[in-house]
Design a protein around this ligand. Structure first.
Ligand code: GUN
Length: 285
């Protein structure tokens, strides 16, 4: 029987803390933290993520500025909006929901955002700062995983951590964050040989590959902590990358899907936004 890591609970607790900080910041400075949320096109999953992010903003007292743009917007028009948001003092964070329609260049859009307002932590200056161990904005999903590990008292230092998946938004920054906490980190991916054997060496196994139920009991060491970042859409709802029912009996701790990492991504976005606001106005309390 594994400990079930409840992301809804930790996210609620994190948002309570953010709400408290927002209230103090408003009381002391009269400034409302503001997040601009940009959605291009009408992908249903992206629409639903954006709505949830806006609801989170309302919950914690962050103003949200909603920008919904048609899928056929040009690169220049989108970048002009980013320039406007960069220059707007009411906007402390900018989130452009990914993926963008295929005719738009995501890299150029990300690079256009002022790094201090890049609350996703995707800008090369923030990614590079993470690599260098600087105090920069960290990507929300891997940051949320770190918060879960901390909240549940799961020791990271000296442990073997295997991160399955090498994406720029999860796998790579996750590996760096675990390394920063003194784990011994391996990044595995689709070309890794003997993946199950490697995963079985993990004290902490983080899976972010986007393949439903790819990780079964044969990948997991007895007592390991298993963090499932997968959000795959099945006929009956969301399906993780980990086969929860098969893995739970041997794991020491495990995140469910839904209700594990997902809510944490949004909670950390709220935290990054209030941090960005506080940094911008020099509020240090
Ligand atoms: N699409 C999937 N995850 C994310 C995220 O964390 N931020 C943004 N902007 N888009 C995403």
């Amino acid at each position: 029987m594994a400990l079930i890591i409840d992301g809804n609970k930790t996210a609620a607790h994190t948002k309570d803390m953010v709400r408290g900080r927002v209230e103090r910041l408003k009381r002391d400075t009269g400034i409302d933290p503001g997040l601009a949320v940009v959605l291009v096109g009408d992908d249903p999953a992206s629409k639903s993520y954006v709505s949830m992010k806006e609801r989170d903003c309302a919950e914690v007292g962050i103003l949200s500025f909603d920008h919904r743009l048609p899928a056929d917007i040009t690169q220049g028009e989108l970048e002009a909006l980013i320039d406007e948001l960069n220059a707007d003092d009411a906007v402390h964070g900018i989130l452009v929901q990914m993926p963008l329609p295929k005719d738009l260049d995501e890299e150029r859009v990300i690079e256009r955002i002022t790094p201090a307002k890049d609350v996703d932590g995707f800008h090369p200056a923030n990614m590079g700062g993470l690599l260098r161990g600087n105090d920069v904005v960290h990507a929300c999903t891997p940051l949320g995983v770190m918060r879960l590990l901390e909240d549940y008292g799961i020791e990271v230092e000296g442990k073997n951590a295997v991160v399955v998946g090498r994406s720029t938004i999860v796998g790579k920054p996750q590996a760096l964050m675990l390394l920063d906490k003194n784990a011994t980190v391996t990044i595995a991916h689709s070309r890794t040989e003997n993946l199950a054997d490697l995963c079985k060496t993990a004290d902490i196994l983080v899976v972010a590959v986007g393949r439903p139920h790819m990780i079964d009991a044969s990948f997991v060491k007895e007592g390991a902590t298993v963090i499932d970042v997968g959000i795959n859409r099945g006929e009956d709802g969301l399906i993780g990358d980990v086969d929860f029912d098969a893995v739970e009996p041997i794991a020491g701790a495990i995140t469910p899907v839904p209700g594990g990492v997902g809510p944490m991504t949004r909670a950390m976005l709220m935290q990054n936004t209030v941090d960005a606001c506080a940094r911008r106005i020099g509020y240090t309390k």
